[in-house]
Design a binder for this molecule. Structure first.
Ligand code: PFF
Length: 453
């Protein structure tokens, strides 16, 4: 082997791959973002379109990212340089790195809120509070001068520390045990939520598709949420793909992970919306939705004190296993392309993202007034990533896989050089070449008013 190719770390087992990628996919996107965006976009019809986007496009973008990363054995930007040298395709990788900064800046704000809720649950601060008091506590907290900032910095520190520890040891260790436990608590929460008086209205809201509620913008938001939730469109899974061993089955992994991710979002919806209606909370109340809903459910269930603490701890862990995959995009890029040591790269990236993140955090308090088109810094980062950068990145990734990479290369990667049958390859390839690019392009064009559909 030539000594210019650094030896890459690889996930050590089948479970390692699934655990790490699922750890990236399952996070605040499922439990915090999905309910709040679905709530703002009318519920049932949004859910249906979101699921259709996952099944039809999301899985294929995920598989394409795996193919790109594992065949190139490089970071998000380096992969494009290696597979299409001398072309502008590397810009897709650069966009992914920008997206990593943008996403982690507001993601760490919300992860910080989650950590505060661990402590608030421990101290039983929500006890005997009615929904409006819980709401008030949330609003006071997010606008507080230093508490949310403190938690955000701590969260970024933890993220940086895990990435510093390296791919295999850092990532696999944390994901394997805790996610099934989180799933278990979400199910218990769902059971409590649907048995609250008035809960049926919430189930109706979530599952009854009322298409009159949908606008072109909701469709773009459903696409963006699908991508955000699956961690696709910015090269996180190109980077992780490059750590997947050559013997793993990429297609099955993409399918199973996407399926699990969608189920967890639905279960989160089942836990949240019945309670939202039972407690008279406004479903479209925005990013605070789960933080004002959940403490009320815990307050109304046996063992709620312990479940509450455990839930917010596990949600913090779920956020961490996602945030490390975002930071890894930047660190892998800096260390492989800019020749920084991994440690230096981790320090630099973590520091820079934390600074940007502080703007998002304080945009709920003293920075409330810094708005552009009625959006605060937090709203801008949230919407820029999910509604623009990820769909655009996803579009370019499928075009690259379908039209620039040779079909034999793609087929070889998916079939592990012919060792696997890959029976659905033709369908996947058709989606990547035609359906996904067209669908994403139509959603975009419709949104900027260029189409009248
Ligand atoms: N998929 C993560 C979640 O649902 O919380 C968020 C995320 C991680 C988005 C990694 C993008 C990414 F590259």
């Amino acid at each position: 082997m030539s000594n210019t190719i650094p030896k890459r770390d690889h996930f050590s087992s089948k479970f390692g791959v699934i655990a790490a990628v699922a750890g990236s996919a399952v996070g605040l996107g499922n439990i915090w973002r999905f309910p709040y965006v679905a709530g703002e976009n009318g519920g049932g019809a949004f859910l249906l379109i979101y699921l259709a986007f996952i099944a039809l496009i999301g899985v294929s973008v995920m598989l394409s990212e795996f193919v790109i990363g594992r065949s190139a054995q490089r970071n998000a930007l380096g992969s494009f340089k290696k597979l299409a040298p001398g072309t502008p395709w590397f810009l897709v990788g650069s966009m992914g790195i920008v997206a990593a900064f943008v996403i982690l800046s507001f993601y760490s704000t919300v992860a910080g809120w989650t950590m505060e809720y661990v402590v608030s649950s421990l101290l039983n601060r929500f006890q005997e509070k009615d929904p409006s008091q819980v709401n008030q506590m949330f609003e006071q907290f997010i606008a507080h001068s230093w508490r949310p900032v403190f938690w955000q910095i701590l969260f970024m520190f933890l993220t940086g520390w895990i990435v510093w520890a390296g791919v295999k040891k850092g990532i696999e260790r944390y994901t394997k045990l805790l996610m099934p436990l989180l799933l278990f608590i979400i199910i218990i929460l769902g059971i409590r939520s649907v048995t609250l008086p008035g809960a049926m209205e919430g189930l109706h809201f979530l599952f009854y598709p009322d298409f009159s509620q949908l606008t072109g913008n909701s469709i773009l938001q459903a696409l963006g949420q699908a991508f955000f939730s699956l961690s696709v469109g910015m090269g996180a899974l190109i980077t992780y793909g490059s750590y997947i061993r050559k013997s793993e089955n990429l297609g099955t992994s993409a399918f199973q992970i996407s399926f699990a991710d969608a189920i967890i979002a639905i279960l989160a919806g089942v836990a949240i919306f019945p309670a939202v209606f039972a407690f008279g909370i406004e479903p479209g109340s925005g990013p605070g939705l789960v933080f004002v809903t959940l403490p009320n459910i815990f307050g109304q269930m046996p063992g709620g004190y312990f479940f509450g603490i455990l839930f917010f701890i596990l949600l913090t862990v779920a956020a961490l296993t996602s945030s490390i995959s975002v930071l890894e995009v930047v660190v892998a890029y800096m260390s492989e392309e800019l020749n920084l040591s991994r440690h230096k790269a981790t320090l630099l990236a973590t520091g820079a993202i934390t600074l940007l993140g502080l703007l998002c955090t304080i945009s709920w308090g003293m920075g409330k007034e810094w708005t552009l088109m009625e959006m605060t810094v937090f709203d801008m980062m949230d919407s820029l990533s999910a509604n623009i950068l990820l769909p655009l990145g996803g579009l370019l990734i499928v075009i690259f896989t379908g039209w620039t990479l040779k079909s034999q290369v793609v087929k070889q990667e998916i079939s592990n050089n012919g060792a696997l049958k890959a029976p659905l390859f033709q369908i996947y390839y058709f989606i990547v070449k035609f359906i996904a690019p067209l669908a994403i392009a139509i959603v975009f064009l419709d949104n900027i008013g260029l189409l009248n559909v």
